[in-house]
Design a protein around this ligand. Structure first.
Ligand SMILES: [Zn+2]
Length: 275
């Protein structure tokens, strides 16, 4: 059974899924062979070498009724939505732009289902791992995200900017982890599925470049990529150097000692990053 439940005290939502023995499995359980290379199950969409397939133990399912019911003051509803995996054939680097183009097409398809209100996607980048985006669609709106004003102020200011061409790459103002970096279209406020394909490609190429820089600077630490829709959408890159500290567990506030200005300066120095 899958359920989306909203806390009556904090307003926060949670996905409950009794199909998940170990919570939460970020990807299918590891096997001898790469699960993605060995995949022979159903395919939802196929573009060149990129496939979109259903998650084998999805957090949300397309069947059901997402209308909420109130029980003991709390809101519960069936976890109607989508949970899909998107990956290219093999482990050779394919370029983020190729994956993002297919992701945008699938995102647009899912938006045709009126029950689906919120969309997000993430993938973990690690050396040797298959590049796999997980795409989620949920029956509730996600908090609005309007970074255009901040982006334009940063572009004028420049202290946290790494690159600024078709895409703007900058260090997050209030980084949740050291070196948190955002890549977003350099102009406009288009949402992900309504962005000019050339701009999607520019963001993808910029993500490739900054991922390389971060990976070299941080000794190949895994990096979580998160696609946040908004006006405009963005890719957040979150290096995973350590787990959350107790203060974050207790208050939700991340804590660390790297200011984004210093991180930008460090990453701008290509010689240091490639040493
Ligand atoms: Zn593989």
């Amino acid at each position: 059974m899958r359920e989306l439940r909203t806390c009556p005290v904090t307003g926060r939502g949670v996905l409950l899924n009794d199909g998940w023995v170990d919570l939460p499995p970020p990807v299918p359980a590891p096997t001898e062979r790469c699960w993605y290379c060995a995949y022979a199950g159903p395919v939802i969409a196929h573009v060149d070498t990129v496939r979109v397939v259903p998650h084998p133990v999805p957090a949300l399912g397309i069947e059901g009724d997402p209308r909420p019911t109130v029980v003991a003051g709390g809101v519960r509803r069936q976890a109607v939505g989508a949970h899909e995996l998107l990956f290219a054939q093999g482990h050779a680097p394919v370029g983020e732009a190729v994956l993002l183009a297919v992701l945008a097409a699938r995102w647009t398809d899912l938006q045709g289902d009126q029950r689906l209100r919120g969309f997000g996607a993430t993938r973990r980048d690690a050396p040797g791992a298959h590049a796999v985006w997980q795409l989620f669609a949920v029956p509730t709106e996600l908090p609005p995200s309007l970074p255009a004003g901040w982006r334009d102020a940063e572009r004028a200011h420049g202290e946290r900017i790494l690159e600024d061409a078709g895409a703007t790459t900058l260090l997050a103002w209030a980084p949740r982890v050291p070196f948190e970096t955002w890549v977003l279209p350099a102009h406009g406020i288009a949402r992900f599925s309504r962005t000019d394909p050339e701009l999607v490609a520019a963001v993808g190429a910029a993500v490739d470049r900054v991922r390389e820089r971060l990976s070299l600077a941080l000794r190949h630490a895994p990096i979580d990529l998160v696609l946040v829709d908004g006006e405009p959408w963005r890719i957040e890159l979150l290096p995973r150097l350590a787990g959350p500290a107790p203060v974050e567990v207790a208050t939700g506030l991340p804590i660390h000692g790297v200011f984004p200005e210093a991180a930008a300066e460090y990453l701008r120095d290509g010689r240091r990053a490639t040493r």
